[in-house]
Write a protein that binds this ligand. Structure first.
Ligand SMILES: Nc1ncnc2c1ncn2[C@@H]1O[C@H](COP(=O)(O)OP(=O)(O)OP(=O)(O)O)[C@@H](O)[C@H]1O
Ligand SMILES: Nc1ncnc2c1ncn2[C@@H]1O[C@H](COP(=O)(O)OP(=O)(O)OP(=O)(O)O)[C@@H](O)[C@H]1O
Ligand SMILES: [Mg+2]
Ligand SMILES: [Mg+2]
Lengths: 234, 234
């Protein structure tokens, strides 16, 4: 499903050039559940942003990183903004590390939005959103706005919004960082269930407990993959 | 140091009235290190905001909650915005669950700001900020802005900003939620060290590992304290 070959990402600020990803190569098959772990600042969110086509891989001053990113067998590293956005809307659900909820939308509206983009009929929308809101335990907050929610409630809305269209690929950046263990496990169970139904999942996590729900763990350090191991608890 | 008596907080949105804190009473002595735990949405951040005087305790439609909040032996529940802000700037360092970093300030400037408010001389400021930036491992990012930092780097800046003036009270809302275990332990060690020097610390956490660094654990559920226990690992 995903084939990265020597992908790099270099950020430049006025004085400092920092290499967030350094020729990363990696393959992920359809239906896999992979965890990405590593110390703070080592490049995990950057890798997820490149995988999710929110960011183009590049070296400073070089048009393309010379690397390649094949998504579902087509080259996407050089797509423009519109091209990447089209592939993304159809195929990828993204759970952001800082949630990225829209302040002007209620919990219900935020979760419904991806279904509207996919032209799902209104009554089916309503039913699917209500079922998912129930599953993650925030039905009592469905008409609240993000600023009226607790940190963990915002995180659960971000999770629901990424899952609602059952996209073929889910990218999750620390999906349980603000949750107590019981709500955290509910989110992990939801991801496992989708994975059993065929969804490919790539999850960045600091928690080895959460990583144990996945099949494979990739370790990153200073923008490079340093090791990999199998992980299924089952 | 802190004496809360029957403090309540009720939020009202158009259709729903939610009681985030329901007559909470609690005492915290100078130099204590207390953890507050409980499920997502049970009122932990709200309690910390009331303790930090970022929010006034109140019942809907009632001017004061009828409860009382004595901070360093003086009643603060009915202070106005200016009164609370004065007490806060002199006495409290706050680590926010969502960091609340100022976009227009670099890492260095964000951490230096509380020292400037306290009229510390410029060369002493520079030295103290550089030492702390070194301790939490982000000297290589000192001139970056928040949007150029990873999630865990932003969290460490939020931690440093709360500690730099060595305030008598530190309120920490999930200070390690975005950190790997090694950086998370560095933050906990820093907090322990300040506590040994006399700082009072109240920390909201989902991690029983982090809570084990504190002396006492208070459990919240649906806006009420349901249990308490001793905790020192030592
Ligand atoms: N501004 C607000 N308006 C309405 N309701 C609010 C507001 N802020 C918080 N709440 C509600 O108050 C309750 C307690 O929120 P709080 O942020 O204290 O929870 P928490 O224990 O910190 O949760 P978490 O572990 O998820 O961070 C939540 O159910 C939340 O929806
Ligand atoms: N827009 C940017 N400009 C400059 N540097 C950046 C930018 N975004 C990220 N970086 C740097 O790239 C490095 C990798 O960041 P990234 O967010 O991928 O880390 P991470 O592994 O997700 O960390 P964490 O676990 O703390 O979330 C960091 O050192 C960060 O400072
Ligand atoms: Mg990250
Ligand atoms: Mg909270």
């Amino acid at each position: 499903m995903i084939k990265l070959n020597k992908i790099s990402k270099v950020y430049r600020t006025d004085e400092i050039e920092s290499t967030a990803l350094n020729e990363v190569s990696l393959e992920i098959g359809k239906g896999e559940f992979v965890s990405i772990m590593g110390p703070s600042g080592c490049g995990k969110s950057t890798l997820l942003n490149v995988l999710g086509m929110l960011d183009k891989p590049e070296r400073v001053g070089v048009q393309s990183a010379g690397g390649s990113y094949k998504f579902l067998d087509s080259e996407v590293a050089d797509l423009n903004e519109k091209g990447r956005s089209d592939v993304r809307k159809k195929n990828i659900g993204f759970i952001f590390q800082n949630f990225n909820l829209i302040d002007e939308l209620t919990v219900f509206e935020s979760i419904e939005l991806p279904l509207l983009y996919n032209k799902i009929g209104l009554s089916e929308c309503k039913q699917r959103v209500n079922e998912l809101i129930e599953k993650i335990g925030i039905s009592h907050r469905a008409s609240h706005y993000p600023q009226q929610l607790s940190g963990g409630q915002q995180q659960r809305v971000a999770v629901a919004r990424a899952l609602i269209t059952k996209p073929p690929l889910i990218l999750a950046d620390e999906p349980t960082g603000n949750l107590d263990s019981s709500h955290g496990n509910e989110v992990m169970e939801l991801l496992c269930q989708l994975n059993e139904e065929g969804t490919t999942i790539i999850m960045v996590t600091h928690s080895s407990h959460d990583a144990s729900y996945s099949d494979r763990i990739i370790n990153l350090l200073d923008g490079q993959i340093v090791s990999e191991k199998k992980s299924k608890m089952a």
